[in-house]
Design a protein. Structure first.
Length: 176
């Protein structure tokens, strides 16, 4: 059965997997990133989550349920993660407008998690299309996507906060 699933998987899915894997692995190394680049990946993951809901439930009566569950999951996970996340080891250079970010496995785990969720939902719906009309399925999937979205957005919100604090520091010599 697994071989059939992979044989019927579009080739572009493997390309997205490879891109996310590469991005996640590169996040395990210390790097310097701009605020825009640090924002782009979480926003892309947010888009992947919303695309997952649209592709799974866009034609079903449960689309609103899935979107509400997504919003609930994001609204619960985002502030929770924001309150618990630290910026330990992350430094922001206001003049260069860049972050020095230590390596972490979290971006890899989160991006693989959302990819695997999207893949499993797609396979489940391909094997049992009627699941799209099941409210419990829509709520579980939507909430799961929302939790991932909330976690990603909490991290980027912390980075924006750090940048804003540094940009507003008395040592800021840029003209206003």
């Amino acid at each position: 059965m697994f071989s059939e699933v992979f044989q019927h998987t579009p080739k572009w899915v493997f390309a997205i997997f490879a891109l996310l894997l590469w991005r996640g692995l590169s996040s395990m190394l210390r790097r310097s990133v701009s605020l825009q680049a640090a924002t782009l990946f979480p926003v892309a993951m947010l888009g992947l989550a919303l695309w997952g809901i649209a592709s799974a439930f866009g034609h079903a009566s449960t689309e609103a349920d899935a979107l509400l569950a997504w919003a609930t999951g994001a609204a619960l996970a985002g502030p929770w993660m924001y309150a618990r996340s630290t910026m330990a080891g992350i430094r922001y250079d206001a003049q260069k407008r860049r972050f020095d970010v230590p390596g972490s496995a979290w971006p890899l785990l989160l991006s693989m998690g959302i990819f695997c969720l999207k893949f499993m939902v797609g396979v489940s719906l391909a094997l049992q299309p009627q699941l799209a009309d099941k409210v419990r399925f829509a709520l579980a999937v939507g909430c799961s996507y929302g939790v991932f979205s909330g976690i990603f957005m909490a991290r980027v919100a912390r980075l924006w906060q750090l940048a804003w604090q540094q940009d507003k520091s008395p040592m800021d010599t840029r003209p206003t």
